[in-house]
Design a protein around this ligand. Structure first.
Ligand code: FPP
Ligand code: MG
Ligand code: MG
Length: 331
């Protein structure tokens, strides 16, 4: 039986698999060229929570045949982390980021050119290993994700447009930028399992929905933290989204109450004198944070609903727990 679902630590449950995943990532990203080898492995040498691979491995283990993770499934979790890391390397160049995962960003240490090339190289290693899985549908799923990451980034950069105040636009961007990788990786990992085809079809849809909703909850909660967290807990200064000109859920909800004052600031991307501070203030005066939290919770609930469609097991409880953790900002 499975007891005390509430106290399971999903990351600890997957600890052995995550440890070998980290070792494999270093090998997968290695290159003969000394410079390339250094930059492409840069982030795999630092400890991280490995949220995405943990989630993918848990789904692999919870889906039929329950309790099993094949070597192909383990490899897909590694591919997911490589694609994610590649996108972060490029993201840090575009965002002029100086710190990532508590250490100087790669662009900061080795410059923009090498950071971009390292991202390209990781993408190529992800593609190579995806091809080696010899599953055309899974190749399609993960290739779609790469396009989604790009499209999400482009949508996000269009800060000055009218669309920046549209909630559906924000949700679509959030799906493309964050949830798609999780949704498609979760679906793919079920397709790589050893269950019979008819069983896989429905389980892979359940996995997709789980990944999508936990991804949406994760990103909305992350957007909330930018208004609430402090330097210590965030590892970055709060208000950084606003300073980058980005409008997220808390502002969009605050807009219902303070549209007159917020709209001009949104469209000039908070570049006016005192815009960032005033927007922070208006968000706190509105119910923007509470409503955003409620929305994150709603997606966490939908993720849990999907997880509960898997057979009962400790791993299923861990998936449920992970959805709780995401919405309560402990991820
Ligand atoms: C982090 O967001 C960035 C992403 C989730 C995706 C970035 C996507 C690209 C750069 C385009 C695709 C590139 C490849 C190689 C597939 P953030 O900047 O909001 O968060 P942060 O605080 O972690 O920087
Ligand atoms: Mg960034
Ligand atoms: Mg960015």
């Amino acid at each position: 039986g499975h007891l005390a679902g509430k106290v399971i630590d999903p990351f600890r449950l997957m600890e052995p698999q995550l440890r070998s995943l980290t070792e494999n990532l270093k090998t997968l990203a290695s290159a003969d060229n000394k410079v390339l080898d250094t930059v492409s492995r840069y982030f795999f040498d630092v400890p991280g929570k490995r949220f995405r691979p943990a989630l993918v491995l848990l789904v692999a283990q919870a889906s039929p045949p329950a309790g099993e993770i094949s070597s192909e499934q383990q490899r897909l979790a590694e591919i997911t982390e490589m694609i994610h890391t590649a996108s972060l390397l490029h993201d840090d160049v575009m965002d002029h980021a100086e710190i990532r995962r508590g250490i100087p960003s790669l662009n900061n240490v080795h410059g923009n050119k090498l950071a971009i090339l390292a991202g390209d190289f990781l993408l190529s290693r992800a593609s190579l290993n995806l091809a080696r899985l010899k599953n055309v549908e899974v190749i399609e799923l993960l290739s779609t994700v790469i396009a989604h990451l790009v499209e999400g980034e482009i949508m996000q950069s269009r800060t000055e447009t009218l669309e920046a105040t549209n909630f559906d636009y924000y949700m679509r961007k959030t799906y493309l930028k964050t949830a798609s990788l999780l949704a498609h990786s979760c679906k793919g990992v079920v397709l790589l399992g050893r269950a019979e085809e008819s069983l896989k079809d429905s389980a892979s849809e359940v996995a997709f929905e789980y990944g999508k909703h936990i991804g949406l909850a994760f990103q909305i909660q992350d957007d909330v933290l930018d208004f609430e967290g402090d330097l210590q807990s965030l590892g970055k200064t709060p208000g950084s989204d606003l300073r980058e000109g980005l409008t997220t859920a808390p502002v969009l909800f605050a807009l219902e109450k303070f549209s007159h004052e917020l709209e001009p600031m949104i469209h000039r991307c908070y570049k006016g004198e005192g815009d960032v501070e005033r927007t922070m203030q208006l968000v706190k005066l509105s119910d923007g944070i509470a409503k955003s939290r409620e929305l994150a919770l709603e997606h966490s609930r939908l993720a849990i609903e999907s997880a509960n469609k898997f057979e009962p097991s400790v791993t299923r409880d861990a998936l449920v727990q992970l959805a709780h953790l995401v919405a309560s900002c402990s991820c």
